[in-house]
Design a protein around this ligand. Structure first.
Ligand SMILES: *Cc1c(COP(=O)(O)O)cnc(C)c1O
Length: 434
């Protein structure tokens, strides 16, 4: 499979290059040249297949030309070592819980898949050269990437995070791992971390010294595997005889997750329509109303993993539907909620159903309550475990959310990090010694 850039000004790439580079030369996002439809028999039997079996079929359609099928199967089965249940919350509204991975983040799937695929390509090159992944994080991405790459030989990960600006739980998830993961505690803010990473990629001497790559969320190997979730959700709903008029609702920030769902739809997944649920960052919502895409600085909200003012995957969605506002609005609708709305939703849902929503999932749930039509069945993604936002959830609902063992286990490890200034010269000096 070949990949082109959404900006249309870069050479066509193969999968290997698209995964290693992440972003095309013209700063566009890589798109597969073709999207293969899956056969009717697959959808006829999907309800009897496991999450792993379903995912392997989907992965083969995307990556089967470029990755040996046995290796691909191994990568998929290793990535999906956990469950992805769909549960009824109330009449016609179901939750798809995407938070049962190693760090309780839906980003775990993309991170692990990318780590294993990168490892596959490095081995294929056969140079035995170590690859170094640099990632700047404000919290969640760092933990998913660090855990996804943990123990994957041939790859070393440097996680740069702003000192004192990530939650204690998040910090433990990438500073206690050891092995091939190094946490770098930058005396600055998130933007400083990102600037250090960008400077490193542009520094010729450093790139001579070591092979650098990024694990950015726009990487095809990180966003596409999220399509697995939606095929699995369809299968589980079909098994209950509830899959005929399905509406899929995705709480969205950078729009990678919903974009993967839309790729699934292009492969033939029978979802009737989609809803992108936003917090107060309503750029996509406004686009749907007006046809104009106008990025803005992000606003801080309760659902902070969706605080994005210029969603990077909009470019992919726009490209997927031939830049047609009409096509996009015929398939996708939007919703936007203030922090006040989010609190109100969490309380109402808890009172009515006892289901504990986190602030991100709350946007998805409410968008279904507000937008579902007669005869439709809605599934919303619950993108975060409520314990990850424990202080907020406890406070809003007046309860004491239990911390899952897996999360608590991270808190017991010993924190190890390398202190760093925000001065690139210091960071470069450090890397030149590795
Ligand atoms: C990353 C994230 C989102 C947004 O997903 P996108 O793919 O960026 O749209 C939503 N909720 C949580 C908890 C997240 O971590």
């Amino acid at each position: 499979m070949k990949y082109y850039s959404t900006n249309g000004n870069a050479p066509i790439a193969d999968l290997h290059k698209a995964v290693v580079k992440g972003l095309a030369e013209d700063r566009g996002l890589y798109m597969p040249e073709r999207i293969q439809k899956l056969p009717k028999e697959f959808f006829d039997n999907i309800q009897d297949m496991t999450f792993q079996e379903i995912a392997y079929n989907v992965a083969s359609a995307f990556f089967g030309e470029d990755v040996d099928l046995d290796a691909l199967k191994d990568i998929v089965y290793d990535t999906l070592s956990f469950d992805c249940p769909v549960e009824k919350v109330k009449e016609n509204i179901y939750t798809l819980e995407l938070f049962h991975g190693p760090t309780l983040a839906f980003k775990d799937v993309g991170a692990r898949f990318m780590a294993r695929l990168l490892q596959y390509f490095i081995k294929q090159e056969g140079k035995g050269e170590q690859v170094n992944v640099l990632v700047a994080t404000s919290g969640d991405t760092g933990s998913a990437v660090a855990n996804g790459f943990l123990g994957v030989d041939g790859i070393h990960v440097y996680v740069l995070y702003p000192k004192g600006k990530v939650s204690p739980i998040q910090e433990c998830q990438f500073t206690t791992l050891g092995k091939n993961i190094t946490a770098i505690e930058v005396d600055g803010v998130f933007d400083d971390c990102q600037a250090l990473v960008k400077n490193a990629f542009m520094d010729a001497e450093l790139n001579q010294h070591m092979k650098l790559t990024s694990a950015n969320s726009i990487n095809v190997a990180r966003f596409l595997p999220q399509a697995f979730y939606y095929f699995n959700a369809y299968a589980r709903m079909k098994a209950q005889g509830k899959a005929d008029n399905l509406v899929m609702c995705v709480p969205s920030g950078n729009f990678g997750n919903i974009c993967a769902a839309l790729f699934g739809h292009e492969m033939g997944l029978p979802i009737k329509r989609f809803i992108a649920a936003n917090n107060a960052n309503d750029i996509f919502y406004k686009y749907l109303q007006t046809g104009k895409y106008e990025p803005k600085p992000s606003k801080q909200t309760l659902a902070n993993a969706m605080d994005v003012g210029d969603p990077s995957n909009f470019a992919r969605i726009y490209d997927l539907y031939g830049k047609s506002h009409e096509k996009i609005t015929s398939l996708i609708s939007g919703a936007t909620y203030s922090d006040e709305d989010i609190c109100e939703t969490m309380k109402q849902c808890y009172e009515e159903t006892k289901y504990v929503l986190d602030p991100h999932g709350a946007c998805g749930y409410q968008a279904l309550v507000d937008g579902l039509k007669d005869g439709e069945v809605g599934v919303f993604c619950e993108t975060a475990h409520p314990a990850k936002f424990k202080e907020k959830v406890d406070d809003i609902l007046g309860i004491d959310v239990e911390i899952p063992d897996r999360l608590a286990a991270f808190m017991k490890g010993e924190k190890q990090s390398v202190p760093m200034t925000k001065d690139f010269a210091d960071f470069k000096k450090y890397l030149m010694k590795q």
